[in-house]
Design a protein around this ligand. Structure first.
Ligand SMILES: *Cc1c(COP(=O)(O)O)cnc(C)c1O
Length: 228
């Protein structure tokens, strides 16, 4: 597995390079987050040895266990799953970044949990850009209101927007969704210039995401192999 992961990461990095060249983006503006959900510590350590530092997890308990058992202070943990309010304390303790803020209750609770451990959390607001099949993410109409709320939280550092386009959508629909993300990102920047990061793009669409302004790619299967 070590060799496979090494090869996979080389391939991904080359593809990121080409996609950046094709759309005149600077490679240094792109962060690769290796999505390690349901993958064990050993595989994470292989990726770490290949120079990957950012890891994404969807389940609070799983992130906690991994962050407590992997002996490395180099890892930056990203929480990218839907947030249940009873897991916010764990998320506050173990994540360095949270990608999925989408409602008032979660935002306020995350802020107070972070305050109690004297931590500033980097965060994205998740927007729901293809609304039929998921209830995660805020309505684009509410983005500014939610953005202002996050801005008023002293222990949350608003970095930008996160979106997860519908997986089975066709090319036209994906382009529409990604263009909307870009548009919403500019809107968010009207309340905070620095909230200009975009968490967008997975195994199946990261090159398009780069073309549409993504700054953080969340890639799982093409690094670690299929999840069961
Ligand atoms: C699982 C997951 C990913 C990674 O998807 P792959 O297809 O494995 O690259 C990215 N983002 C989120 C929110 C996920 O849940």
């Amino acid at each position: 597995m070590r060799t496979e992961i090494n090869t996979n990461i080389d391939v991904i990095n080359n593809r990121i390079n080409s996609a950046c060249a094709a759309s005149n983006r600077n490679i240094h503006d792109i962060t690769l987050v290796a999505v390690s959900k349901r993958k064990n510590n050993e595989l994470i350590e292989f990726a770490l040895d290949c120079g990957v530092k950012n890891f994404g997890e969807n389940y609070a308990q799983e992130m906690k266990e991994k962050s407590e058992t992997i002996n490395s202070d180099k890892i930056v943990w990203h929480f990218i799953g839907p947030i249940q309010t009873n897991k916010i304390k764990i998320i506050a303790q173990h994540a360095h970044w949270v990608h999925t803020l989408d409602r008032e209750k979660v935002i306020k609770k995350l802020n107070s949990e972070c305050e109690s451990i004297d931590k500033i959390m980097n965060a994205f607001i998740q927007v729901n850009i293809s609304n039929e099949d998921t209830k995660n993410g805020c309505d684009p109409e509410d983005l500014i209101e939610i953005g202002k709320l996050v801005e008023s939280m002293r222990n949350i550092n608003l970095k930008g927007l996160m979106a997860l386009p519908r997986l089975n959508s066709d090319l036209v629909e994906r382009k529409r969704a990604m263009s909307l993300v870009k548009e919403l990102s500019l809107k968010l920047q009207s309340i905070n210039n620095d909230a200009n990061a975009i968490s967008l793009g997975t195994t199946s669409d990261f090159e398009e995401a780069i073309a549409h302004g993504s700054t953080m790619l969340r890639i799982g299967e093409s690094i670690f192999g299929k999840r069961l």
